[in-house]
Design a protein around this ligand. Structure first.
Ligand code: GDP
Length: 181
């Protein structure tokens, strides 16, 4: 089955987003404790695709060696996943573009892994500020890519952006099915 990976900095709102996308209140555990989601979780959605919950990266209070272990782990995941269609890189809309996120997107690009960006916690900013922050990302990303990667704006608190993400995935799944028939 096609697979879609969700990844981002710890505390970006990944668990909340996954709960929103899967209509469950407590499928993926949310917690205020950074770095708590350590292992890969798979969720079967609509019996036709897998949502893959990858561990959060970039939390401050871990040792260098555990950062290395983590990197190796993520690298291995991406190296061996034949079913992976797209990675969704989650970014907190409130922050200006962060080097760690940009480096990760760069790495995905260099390794030929398609990705989209999901801006989270949109309820925390006014529309104007949202546009400014996305524009800032665009300016930086266009130094590397020919176009702004596909992106979504979500709020798990306000339950917005969900249909856009799910439709996008459904469309990709449809294309995969029709090209393999
Ligand atoms: P994870 O560590 O990336 O899985 O992040 P969580 O889903 O556990 O969320 C981290 C914190 O951000 C929690 O306190 C959530 O309640 C909060 N949070 C997550 N999503 C949203 C959102 O869309 N809006 C707001 N206002 N807070 C959110």
């Amino acid at each position: 089955l096609p697979e879609y990976a969700f990844i981002g900095r710890s505390n970006v709102g990944k668990s909340s987003l996954i709960n929103m996308l899967t209509n469950r209140k407590s499928l993926a555990k949310t917690s205020g404790r950074p770095g708590k989601t350590q292992l890969i979780n798979h969720f079967l959605i609509n019996k036709n695709w897998h949502l893959v919950d990858l561990p959060g990266y970039g939390y401050a209070r871990v040792s260098k060696s555990s950062k290395k272990t983590f990197q190796k782990f993520i690298t291995q995941y991406f190296s061996f996943r034949q079913q992976l269609v797209t990675a969704f890189v989650l970014v907190d809309i409130r922050h200006t573009p962060q080097p760690i996120d940009l480096e990760f997107m760069q790495w995905l690009g260099e390794n030929g892994i398609p990705f989209s960006i999901i801006f989270t916690k949109a309820d925390k900013l006014k529309p104007n500020a949202i546009n400014n922050h996305i524009e800032a990302y665009k300016n930086i990303l266009l130094e590397t890519w020919e176009e702004m990667p596909n992106h979504f704006i979500t709020s798990s608190s306000k339950n917005t952006g969900k249909e856009e993400v799910l439709h996008y995935i459904d469309n990709l799944n449809t294309n995969i099915n029709s090209s393999s028939n």
